[in-house]
Ligand binder design. Structure first.
Ligand SMILES: Cc1cc2nc3c(=O)[nH]c(=O)nc-3n(C[C@H](O)[C@H](O)[C@H](O)COP(=O)(O)O)c2cc1C
Length: 390
């Protein structure tokens, strides 16, 4: 059973993640992990923090000589901004520390601030927003890169692109090679495969910048090379579509998820929506007329690319703040503002990749098991032989 957890606050010392259950022998490249962290920090519309910090992962357990050893892997990412917060957020209370705090008493609509302050009984939303912040996703991306390393050993790759930014939408389908090209770029604008559409997306972000507003949109995560049979139809919680949906909606600011072309399908007749089944006698395999199901039928992968989309609401912190109420005085006041992103779509895609990779790796290990990569490989190849002979 592959399990993972993250800890850490936005302005604390560091972020930490552990992942337990990876077989021994998975090749791990720190450079590949750091590349994923870099990708998470890119995109047009990011706030000042991305410019001051370049995230770097430190693997402090579970990997030796560039391979997993079967024990829990622990990853640490230091917050470079911590030096500015040592007095505001010390672990141990300090004398006269009261004045050094940076309290947030004007909760921001759309954030965890108010609900969290009520629930945890704080009159300072600082302690809530520090953890609710999407800074936490840095840790998810780091361990997502380890899940990608496992999947990569079996030819499975996970990438993403942006298909809508505000009202601007990509009007054509992407092919896998386009996503591969996008992922190798050294300069990231809005993560769209089509230059003309991306330019129109940029205009939307520029408009948000000009007016002190923010903008959301839709990203699509694609998993390529996935074998049929991950997940199962037999119980509600083994259905992979449901598990992927939870993983995507667990991301900060993601309010909706779509598997395949769900929204389009809901507006059409069944004859136009289902992916017809065919058989190629020469290749001795089944083929499909399209992939509107997004590679998932009956809660199982069907061998086509897995397509999952996340709908991101516009960032909640506005330079032109919304109405709020002060937690202490109860007087009407404008919501707090702290340096903030205007658009985070390409980064959200990268985080979505990490979440999809983690869920696929879980399902993969449930199916094929193995304490060592060799054992997992034997099981996988045995199954693939069975598929061929079917
Ligand atoms: C990559 C990423 C970066 C984000 N950056 C910010 C930010 O700078 N400022 C902000 O107010 N919200 C930011 N958010 C969104 C908040 O984390 C999110 O709106 C907040 O958690 C409340 O939404 P929730 O109800 O989905 O948790 C970001 C989200 C993501 C995915």
């Amino acid at each position: 059973m592959l399990r993972f957890e993250t800890a850490g606050e936005s302005h604390g010392e560091c972020l930490v993640a552990t992942i337990t259950g990876l077989p021994a022998g998975v090749p791990i490249s720190l450079e590949a992990v750091n590349r994923e962290l870099w990708r998470r920090q890119q995109g047009y519309g990011r706030g000042g923090r991305m410019k001051i910090e370049t995230d770097r992962a430190e693997i402090v357990a579970g990997v030796r000589h560039s391979r997993t050893i079967g024990s829990p892997v622990a990853v640490l990412i230091r917050n470079k901004d911590w030096q500015n917060w040592t007095e505001a957020l010390p672990v141990e209370d300090i004398e006269g520390g009261e004045d050094k705090r940076k309290p947030v008493t004007r909760p921001r609509p759309g954030h965890a601030d108010l609900a969290g302050a009520l629930k945890y009984n704080f009159h300072d939303a600082r302690y809530i927003l520090e953890r609710a912040s999407a800074r936490e996703t840095t840790a998810r991306v780091a361990i997502g890169a380890l899940a990608k390393a496992l999947l990569g050993a079996f030819g499975i790759e996970v990438l993403s692109h942006v298909i809508a930014c505000g009202p601007v939408r990509l009007e054509r389908l992407a092919v896998w090679e386009e996503l591969a090209v996008l992922s190798r770029k050294e300069e990231v604008l809005l993560g769209c495969i089509d230059a003309e559409t991306e330019a129109r997306m940029k205009e939307v972000v520029d408009q948000a910048y000009r007016t002190g507003d923010t903008v959301g949109g839709v990203f699509e995560v694609v998993a390529h090379g996935v074998p049929p049979g991950l997940g199962s139809h037999i119980t509600w919680d083994s259905r992979l579509d449901g598990r992927l949906a939870q993983a995507i909606v667990s991301m900060q600011a993601v309010k909706g998820v779509e598997v395949g072309f769900a929204a389009e399908g809901a507006a059409r007749f069944g004859s136009e929506v289902q992916d017809t089944i065919h058989y190629d006698r020469d290749a001795h395999r089944f083929t499909r007329g399209a992939n509107r199901a997004g590679g998932l039928e009956g809660g199982m992968t069907n061998g086509q690319d897995v397509l999952v989309r996340g709908m991101l609401k516009p960032i909640s912190t506005l330079r032109r703040p919304l109405e709020s109420v002060d937690l202490v005085t109860r007087e009407p006041s404008l919501a707090a503002y702290e340096r903030s992103d205007v658009c985070v779509l390409p980064a959200a895609g990268v985080i979505g990749e990490a979440m999809v990779a983690l869920v696929l790796a879980q399902a993969f290990l449930e199916k094929f098991g193995g304490d060592s990569l060799e054992e997992t490989r034997r099981n996988y190849h045995g199954y693939m032989e069975q598929m061929k002979a079917y």
